[in-house]
Design a protein around this ligand. Structure first.
Ligand SMILES: Cc1ncc(COP(=O)(O)O)c(C=O)c1O
Length: 396
């Protein structure tokens, strides 16, 4: 396949991506298997399309993959986060209580806490890991703190030992936002099986996808039961409503796509790991210029994308770098924003620029590119060449 043909095979087809056709290294992809097509066909033929047997099978197979007892499928990763937060009401939380989250994450993490009627309290990240800095967590714990929600950004595990120890000391729950980290491992434990609950996004471009969708997993039966009720308007028995719930059920068509993905989960993961490890190796020669995603000895990545952060003192800006990538057909995304200080919808919370210096630095200087299962080594090489040529054009 020639480089110019790659994008045809790999571009994902949602509205946002369709506009971006033409990339030599596209950001995302979606795998629709023959099994998924067959299941969708059956669902459409029998007209059983709302939550049913496929959703139940998908939930139990997904949970089993992570060695956890219960899976609760929902409409999105954001709903998964919000419902997991709302489960805390069954465990003593009151409206307005606090959930600690990293300042650097997709805005959905903060929105979900607010949508559940709780207050997000932000903590800065470490620029080397992109994850919440555990040494800064205890300073923001108050009598109203109910949970810590670490995010495993880019599929790199947060420092769970320290986070779990803090949670235990202060009797807090831990909700893992594993939206971007399907299959990651931390010190031999599967990400998603360490906290009280974990939330996954199954949006297109994520490792397991249902196109739109999310999943909560837990070993706690009471939490699973509350989450099942919350995704269905807070229902308790037949048409009685005990909780302030969400309308967030998954349907059979989405579950069919998910079941197809689970069959190739390990292949997807291995391909992504191969790509990201290859990029890490190639980027060693750019070490003077970037911090980039790395994989430490105690962890295994569940790669979502490959992040790059410009080091200080370079003679170019992130915008110049990103424009060059774009011009050369390497699709990229900003490394998110500091939710509390660089996101207009959060101005009401009263934080000020400078409160989260590491996060703001990552946002101002960071980007990420695809490393998904439809990217071949030749495309990784192409991306590396583009970066090298850009640096050369700047005299490096
Ligand atoms: C860290 C994180 N949390 C939550 C979400 C929300 O997931 P969704 O887009 O499925 O609602 C995402 C989405 O990519 C994410 O990256």
């Amino acid at each position: 396949m020639s480089l110019s043909d790659f994008n045809k095979a790999t571009a994902i087809s949602d509205g946002q991506e369709a506009k971006k056709a033409g990339y030599k290294v596209p950001f995302g992809t979606v795998s629709i298997t023959d099994k998924a097509r067959a299941l969708i066909d059956t669902a459409l033929t029998t007209k059983w399309v709302t939550k049913g047997a496929y959703v139940a099978e998908f939930e139990s197979k997904f949970a089993a993959l992570f060695g956890v007892k219960y899976g609760i499928a929902v409409s999105s990763g954001t709903d998964a986060d919000a419902i997991a937060c709302a489960v805390l009401y069954d465990f003593g939380a009151k409206r307005g209580d606090e959930v600690i989250i990293p300042a650097l994450t997709f805005v959905a993490t903060g929105n979900a806490v607010l949508q559940a009627g709780l207050k997000p309290v932000f903590v800065d990240v470490s620029r080397e890991t992109l994850n919440i800095d555990p040494d800064k967590i205890e300073a923001v714990i108050t009598p109203r703190t109910r949970a810590i929600m670490p995010v495993h950004l880019m599929g790199k595990p947060a420092e769970m030992d320290k986070i779990m120890a803090i949670a235990k000391k202060h009797r807090l729950h831990v909700i893992e936002d594993a939206a971007e980290a399907h299959g990651a491992e931390y010190k031999g434990q599967k990400i998603g099986s360490i906290g009280d609950m974990a939330c996954f996004s199954l949006y297109a471009a994520h490792i397991v996808t249902t196109i739109e969708g999310g999943m909560i997993i837990t070993n706690n039966e009471q939490m699973a039961e509350a989450a099942r009720s919350l995704r269905n308007h807070g229902i308790d028995g037949k048409f009685r409503f005990k909780r302030i719930g969400f309308s967030a059920k998954m349907n059979e068509i989405e579950a069919a796509v998910g079941l197809g993905n689970l069959e190739i989960f390990h292949d997807i993961l291995e391909k992504r790991r191969r790509n990201v490890r290859y990029l890490i190796k190639q980027f060693a020669r750019f070490e003077k210029y970037f911090w980039y995603l790395n994989e430490d000895g105690h962890e295994v990545l569940g790669p979502h994308a490959f992040s790059m952060i410009l080091k200080p003192g370079l003679n170019f800006t992130k915008d110049e770098f990103v424009s060059y990538l774009e011009k050369e057909g390497v699709d990229s995304r900003n490394l998110f924003y500091s939710i509390p200080t660089q996101t207009p919808s959060y101005e009401f919370m009263g934080y000020k620029l400078g409160d989260f210096p590491e996060t703001e630095y990552c946002s101002d200087n960071g980007t990420h590119i695809g490393c998904h299962q439809d990217i071949e080594i030749a495309q990784c090489d192409y991306a590396v060449d583009v970066v090298a040529n850009f640096l050369k054009s700047k005299g490096y």
